[in-house]
Design a protein around this ligand. Structure first.
Ligand code: NAD
Length: 349
């Protein structure tokens, strides 16, 4: 099988690429990535050079480029992860999200439709999406696969649009598609603009740890390697035309999560318990900040037998260990543009 994975140099994509290259040596995995600020080939240094792996640098907003690689490599299936993925950046500059997440997805659907030319035997378009498309929950309830879409940020609106286009290509053209909507991921290779790696980075450096509002927003967290396993299960055993919610059954208020992380960091860095908590600094809340996301993954668990392999405490420790052992990675991704972004986001408010 010639398998195209988009966004494979990013956080989740790199774990998915590694899993497929290692577990399915008879597949040829093509990783298509534009290498934006969020893409980093260092994430796949151990995979580079493997016989069943090829990196393609390209942009999914470029339809004629896609046409060319589809003609050349005759992909059988695609796992689509490439996206602009950070809510705060979508508030500051929404157009890149429309271009990549909406236009880029439609370009890929069209490239598949032309390349497969109505012969869909053995073909699959698997679209990876987010639970943020469902909007915001009150104190009770969970997102299920039939929760109506109610996106609030430019990021979630662009992902919601892309989900609708994928389903439209299934219903209109008969293209075999699968979708999954996942909660917040954490783990190795996470870009430090996101809550957990940003907090690890700042706690280590003794810098203030910014927390939006009063830290009361609730999120469900899933270890990234468990998300990659879920994608594997859905890709191979999920039903065509179906959507699967993926979550960790693991809800945390941001402030409780950060306090737990501070305690783990105190222990790992040999600091006095409570020292790192002093770094917590509340900052002006994000515009339109959704109160609570919580996801019901029972369809995935019952139909495909998937479940998270680690508890949150275990996953968080693995994550902290990885960041402490990979200072070079962090140094590299936090240089240059990232510093300007960080200043605008948290220091000039
Ligand atoms: P990421 O920002 O870490 O990685 C995105 C990758 O896409 C990067 O390597 C980037 O270079 C690439 N990319 C961006 N624009 C591109 C373009 N125009 N052409 C080609 N490549 C491009 O994102 P992530 O956190 O790994 O998320 C991956 C996918 O999973 C996204 O679709 C996201 O919506 C979804 N998702 C993420 C989470 C999460 O918690 N991170 C949760 C649920 C779903």
């Amino acid at each position: 099988m010639n398998l195209l994975i988009t966004g494979g140099a990013g956080f989740i994509g790199s774990h998915v690429v590694r899993l497929f290259v290692e577990v399915y040596p008879h597949y040829h995995v093509y990783n298509l990535d534009a290498l934006t600020y969020a893409g980093n080939l260092q994430n796949l240094a151990d995979v580079e050079g493997r016989e069943n792996y090829t990196f393609l640098r390209g942009d999914i907003t470029d339809a004629s480029y896609l046409e060319g690689i589809f003609q050349e490599h005759k992909f059988d299936a695609i796992i689509h992860l490439a996206a602009e993925s950070h809510v705060d950046r979508s508030i500051a500059g929404p157009m890149a999200f429309v271009q990549t997440n909406v236009m880029g997805t439609v370009n890929l659907l069209e490239a598949c439709r032309r390349s497969w030319a109505g012969d869909y035997a053995g073909k699959l378009f698997y679209h990876v999406s987010t639970d943020e498309v469902y909007g915001s929950l009150g104190a009770e309830g969970l997102f299920t696969e039939s929760t109506p879409y109610d996106p609030r940020s430019p990021y979630s609106a662009s992902k919601a649009a892309s989900d609708h286009f994928v389903r439209a290509w299934h219903h209109t053209y008969g293209m075999p598609v699968k979708l999954s909507n996942c909660s917040n991921n954490y783990g190795p290779n996470h870009f430090p603009e996101k809550l957990i790696p940003l907090a690890i980075h700042n706690i280590k450096a003794g810098k203030p740890v910014p927390v939006y509002g009063r830290g009361e927003n609730v999120r469900d967290w899933l270890y990234v390697k468990d998300h990659a396993q879920a994608i594997d299960a859905i890709f191979h055993r999920g039903k065509v035309g179906q959507t699967y919610n993926v979550g960790g059954v693991n809800e945390w208020r941001n402030i409780d999560l950060i306090e737990l992380l501070c305690d783990v960091m105190d222990e790992k860095l040999g600091r006095e318990k409570g020292d790192s908590r002093k770094l917590i600094t509340f900052v002006k809340d994000r515009a339109g900040h959704d109160a609570r996301y919580a996801i019901d993954s029972s369809k995935l668990m019952e139909e495909l037998g998937w479940e998270p392999s680690v508890t949150f405490e275990e996953g968080l420790r693995l994550t902290v260990d990885w960041y402490l052992a990979n200072e070079g990675w962090l140094e590299e991704v936090t240089s240059g543009h990232y510093r300007d972004y960080y200043r605008e986001q948290y220091e000039e408010r």
